[in-house]
Design a protein around this ligand. Structure first.
Ligand code: NAD
Length: 310
């Protein structure tokens, strides 16, 4: 961290899954942390955060104890069942939330670390996805509220930069992340499989299970984010694990750890991407970062966490 960058950070969405981990890592690294969160989807690990908590929406922020040197902007509905519940609110958080963050950052002279998503690549025609890939998002599809909200937010960052309004942002595109702190019923595939297996229920597999994802353990992702601070690199930059697995392979991995409880095959949701894998040379060349936690180890830690919750 450079000497001129002081250590006051605002983390929007700091009570969420990734937010809780990031807040604790920032506090350990000496940052004085304030969280802004509306508590629409807090993590079970959100108690006793080492931070000042401000409850409110990033869309219309309440008074904040600024100025801050850094804003880590994570606030957004993030799991498909949650963002599909309120598509308009999801778009507003993506768009209006980002505008609020950039205006505050411009006022305070703060750097912004924005967690965008691999969903900006939509249902990609290239695999793996480099940052230069422009994406294939269906604007009419149900997932567009999340994907296009994030795309708008990114576009706003680049527009503020071009217009000379704010030019100290790092855009990070996170790929599927899992681990302790996930809400057990957030509907993401890792918790859906583990929750079913632990309850002795069949694993719910969408489609024929051949679609792929690349799952990155949360500690690795937080390590990648921390390495991007203080944030001289504008991005966009991918962070994820480039080991790609099909949903059937994920089911195999879960069964190896918990035992077989059967599988039930469900209709593939509209717009479900067929493949997802990050191209990682930018983050590796920039920071030397690489994910180090293999799937079996990460799943074991997540299973221990879920067992403790019940
Ligand atoms: N976890 C992943 O796999 C993943 C992948 C790609 C991108 N991301 C991005 O990372 C960020 C964090 O994701 P997460 O997995 O921790 O999700 P999460 O749902 O666990 O956390 C999001 C947090 O934001 C809060 N929030 C939502 N809308 C808000 C609003 N309008 N104002 C204030 N707070 C609000 C929620 O209460 C929650 O605490 C999100 O921006 C998400 O899009 C996550």
């Amino acid at each position: 961290m450079t000497a001129e960058l002081k250590r006051r950070v605002l983390v929007t969405g700091g009570a969420g899954f990734l937010g809780c981990h990031l807040v604790r890592r920032l506090a350990t690294a000496g940052w004085v942390v304030t969280v802004l969160d509306d508590y629409s989807s807090p993590s079970p690990l959100a108690d006793d955060l080492p931070a000042t908590i401000v409850v409110g929406s990033v869309v219309a922020p309440p008074p904040l104890p600024g100025p801050f040197d850094l804003i880590c902007h994570l606030a957004s509905p993030a799991s498909p069942p949650r963002y599909l519940l309120d598509p308009v609110g999801t778009l507003r958080t993506g768009a209006e939330g980002m505008r609020q963050v950039l205006d505050l950052a411009a006022e305070w002279g703060a750097h912004v670390l924005f967690t965008s998503t691999s969903e900006v690549y939509g249902d990609p025609e290239v695999n793996p996805q480099p940052e230069s890939y422009v994406g294939a998002v269906d604007v009419q599809g149900p997932r567009a509220c999340y994907d296009e909200g994030k795309r708008y937010a990114e576009a706003l960052v680049y527009a503020y930069r071009r217009a000379g309004l704010h030019d100290r942002s790092t855009v990070v595109r996170l790929f599927n992340t899992y681990g302790p702190g996930m809400h057990p019923d957030d509907g993401r595939v890792v918790t859906a499989f583990l929750g079913a297996a632990l309850a002795g229920q069949p694993l719910p597999i969408f489609g024929d299970g051949s679609q792929t994802r690349s799952f990155c353990y949360v500690d690795d992702v937080i390590d990648g984010l921390m390495r991007l601070l203080p944030g001289e690199f504008p991005g966009p930059v991918n962070i994820g694990n480039d080991v790609e697995v099909s949903m059937l392979e994920l089911a195999d991995a879960v069964e190896q750890l918990i035992g077989s409880t059967g599988r039930r095959f469900l209709a593939l949701p509209d717009g479900d991407p067929k493949v997802r894998r990050p191209e990682l040379s930018a983050i590796t060349e920039l920071t030397g970062w690489k994910a180090t936690t293999d799937l079996a180890t990460g799943l074991s830690k997540t299973i221990a966490y879920l067992r403790e919750l019940t």
